[in-house]
Ligand binder design. Structure first.
Ligand SMILES: *Cc1c(COP(=O)(O)O)cnc(C)c1O
Length: 394
């Protein structure tokens, strides 16, 4: 008999929790324990060397954290998953596990601001060559990869102008030169995009955003083959960027509604994008669900939904943003994204706050660009709210 495989909505709710349940409880407990005790030193030894399942010390593993890893692993259809204190810890630890002096990495100009800093500030210090190509220019990327590299680092959709990279195409180019491909899947979430199924070697997440969904816990994850993830886990257990069990609990709880939230967020994002596109105070709207978006066709092919993130430039630039933002009632003006609440902020204070105005300009990010993370509110209220705030612009 063919085994039944549950779909993502069911997996979000049920997967990964069983091993952590105790006392007949139906919910995963927060195990606040730094260490785990053993009377039998032979058993202790076997757990310590990984021959037997169990936990030794909280920097390495914890039952609550393990349930988080297992739920996400099943959602991404990955062989293995390891977790981190933040998304940036997942990204930096994963890069440093594999890169060494003399290596070359090819990536995009508009990766997340923190990731961009690793490329521009920290990797060159280690004598690692970094080449950043214009995001969405697939020909340029293929040319740079063909020159030879150790690692190709992708993020799609990107932050904040929501550009899309054709994963299958770039992964193929990377494989040709024997390079690993890492994909930051934070914006798409496993509900909309499964990079491992398209041949990526590693998927990275800031669990802080859509996975947790409630803007109350930080976390990160790396997923891929057992061979790669075990090396990353080893680097992390020594370097110590471990996820806290309390954060793991909040993220696990948030993930139960992941599919529901993402579906509502992208329904709202689509309607907000269409409303803004026709508004006379708006210069430009960036959302892959719009038919005239540069990469609409690629997005349609590799994603099952266009996601909850969009951005738009106001005609009145920074002064317009100053008048507009405070008038929004149903939006947190904040640096995070992917929450149940609509969250907005200018790129200059959010994703690219680490960059200078000149650097932002070079990255194609206007100072008046507003990032909009659609929440799960009723769409009529979000549109009314936007109308009112846009009217407040001179
Ligand atoms: C927020 C974010 C990160 C960093 O995650 P933290 O949890 O804040 O460290 C990385 N990539 C993307 C795409 C993000 O949005």
């Amino acid at each position: 008999m063919k085994q039944h495989t549950p779909k993502d909505g069911t997996k979000s709710v049920w997967s990964g929790e069983k091993a952590a349940l105790v006392h007949g409880a139906s919910q995963v407990p927060v195990v606040n324990s730094v260490a785990f005790t053993y009377d039998d030193i032979d058993e202790w030894y076997e757990v310590a060397i990984g021959k037997r399942a169990g936990h030794i010390y909280g920097r390495n593993t914890n039952p609550t954290v393990q349930a988080f890893e297992e739920k996400l692993r099943i959602l991404e259809n990955a062989e293995a998953c390891t977790s981190f204190s933040t998304g940036m810890a997942a990204i930096s630890n994963s890069l440093l596990t594999f890169l060494k002096p003399g290596d070359r990495i090819v990536s995009l100009k508009d990766t997340y601001g923190g990731t961009n800093k690793i490329f521009s500030e920290f990797l060159p210090r280690l004598n690692i060559e970094v080449t950043l190509v214009n995001t969405g220019d697939h020909d340029e990327m293929e040319e740079e990869i063909a020159k030879g590299c150790t690692l190709v680092y992708l993020e799609t959709p990107t932050n904040p102008t929501v550009k899309i990279t054709d994963l299958a195409r770039i992964i193929k180019a990377a494989k040709k030169v024997g390079a690993l491909t890492f994909v930051d899947n934070t914006f798409a979430t496993p509900i909309n995009q499964k990079p491992l199924a398209l041949g990526a070697d590693l998927v990275l997440h800031s669990a802080t955003k859509f996975l947790g969904g409630h803007a109350d816990a930080l976390g990160g994850a790396a997923l891929g083959s057992k061979r790669l993830v075990e090396q990353i886990y080893h680097y992390r257990e020594i370097n110590g960027a471990t996820m806290d069990p309390n954060a793991a609990y909040l993220l696990l709880r948030g993930m139960k509604t992941l599919k529901l939230r993402v579906e509502q967020q992208q329904k709202n994002a689509q309607q907000v994008a269409e409303f803004l596109k026709n508004h006379d105070k708006v210069q430009e709207v960036y959302y892959p669900g719009l038919e005239d978006h540069l990469h609409h066709e690629i997005a349609k092919q590799q994603m099952t939904g266009f996601g909850g993130m969009l951005s738009f430039a106001l005609k009145g630039e920074l002064d317009a943003v100053r008048a507009f933002l405070p008038k929004l009632k149903f939006a947190n003006k904040a640096a995070n994204l992917g929450a149940v609440e609509t969250t907005v902020g200018p790129a200059r204070t959010t994703s690219h706050v680490e960059n200078t105005p000149e650097e932002r300009a070079a990255l194609g990010i206007p100072e008046g660009l507003v990032r909009y993370s659609a929440g799960i509110e009723d769409i009529s209220d979000l549109i009314e709210d936007l109308k009112g705030a846009l009217d407040a612009i001179e």
